[in-house]
Design a binder for this molecule. Structure first.
Ligand SMILES: O=C(O)CCC(=O)C(=O)O
Length: 253
C-alpha cells in the first residue's frame, strides 16, 4: 500500500483496491464456496449465524487452502496493521451473498457494535468481491468518515443521506475501518452477489470465531508460521477472551 492509500483509509474509512484476485483464484474461490454451500446445506453459516436474504458460510480458514491464501495476503495484513496497529489478529473469514428477492436493507452498523476507544481502532474488515458490485445487485453501502463520529448509527435500517455504495469488479477488494457505518443493500437482480469478508480485530478483543477451537487438527498441522500469527493461535489472551465472549457482535460479522 502507498502512503496515500493509507491516508485515504484513515481519513475516509475505506479504500477499494482493484484487481487483487486474478481469474484463476476467483474461480477457485467461487467453486470452493459453491461446493461448501451445497455440502453444508441448512447448516451453512452455522459456526456464526444465518441471515434472512443472504447465503452465509463461516469458519472458512478451516475449509480450503484458497482461503488461507486470502487471510495471509500481504496487502490485507498491511491494511489491517494500518488501521489496528501491530496488535491485530483474524477474527473470522466468512462468505456472504446478497440474494435476489430480499428487499430490506441490512442495517448500517459498526462491526461488533464498537466505537474506537483509548487504544484506538478495534475493528478492520475487508470485502472480497467474487462478482461485480453494481448499483442493482446489492453492493455494500457505507457512510464515509463516520468512523470518526464517535457514535453508533441510530436508525441503521433507513437509507442515510450521506451514504455511498461501493461499486467494483469481481477481483476487487474493499478495505475498511469497520467502525465506519456500513451495511448491505437489496439485490434487485436475478443472481446472488457473492463476497468474502476477512475480518480482523485488535489483540485485546475476542475473535468472532475462536480459531483455536474451530480449526481441525489437520488444518492446524499444515499452517505456516505466518498463518499461525494471523490466526493468533499462540496468543494466550484468546483463551481467556474466548471464555468470556468469543463471537460477541453488535450486529453482523
Ligand atoms: O456484504 C455486504 O455488503 C456487507 C455485509 C455486512 O456488513 C455484514 O454482513 O455485516
Amino acid at each position: 500500500m502507498t502512503a496515500d492509500e493509507k491516508i485515504l483509509l484513515q481519513e475516509q474509512g475505506y479504500l477499494i483496491v482493484r484487481g487483487v484476485m486474478d481469474a484463476a483464484w476467483l474461480e477457485e474461490l467461487r467453486m470452493a464456496t459453491g461446493r461448501l454451500l451445497e455440502l453444508e446445506g441448512a447448516d451453512a453459516g452455522g459456526e456464526f449465524r444465518k441471515e434472512v436474504g443472504s447465503d452465509r458460510l463461516a469458519n472458512l480458514v478451516d475449509k480450503g487452502e484458497c482461503f488461507e491464501r486470502l487471510v495471509s495476503h500481504p496487502m490485507l495484513l498491511e491494511a489491517a496493521e494500518a488501521v489496528l496497529g501491530p496488535d491485530w489478529k483474524l477474527s473470522s473469514l466468512n462468505y456472504r451473498a446478497a440474494l435476489p428477492g430480499e428487499q430490506s436493507l441490512q442495517p448500517l452498523h459498526c462491526d461488533m457494535g464498537l466505537l474506537p476507544d483509548s487504544l484506538g481502532n478495534a475493528v478492520f474488515n475487508s470485502i472480497w468481491m467474487l462478482d461485480d458490485f453494481t448499483p442493482e445487485n446489492g453492493p455494500t453501502r457505507f457512510v464515509p468518515g463516520s468512523h470518526r463520529s464517535g457514535v453508533l448509527p441510530s436508525n441503521g435500517s433507513a437509507p442515510h443521506p450521506d451514504e455511498q455504495v461501493a461499486l467494483g469488479f469481481a477481483g476487487d477488494v474493499i478495505l475498511m475501518n469497520s467502525h465506519m457505518w456500513h451495511g448491505g443493500t437489496a439485490n434487485r437482480t436475478s443472481t446472488p452477489r457473492r463476497s468474502l469478508h476477512g475480518f480482523f480485530v485488535r489483540g485485546d478483543q475476542p475473535q468472532q470465531q475462536y480459531q483455536k477451537r474451530l480449526l481441525r487438527a489437520e488444518t492446524v498441522a499444515g499452517l505456516s508460521p505466518l498463518l499461525r500469527r494471523v490466526l493468533a493461535l499462540d496468543d494466550e489472551r484468546n483463551d481467556v477472551l474466548s471464555a468470556v465472549g468469543s463471537g460477541k457482535s453488535g450486529f453482523l460479522k
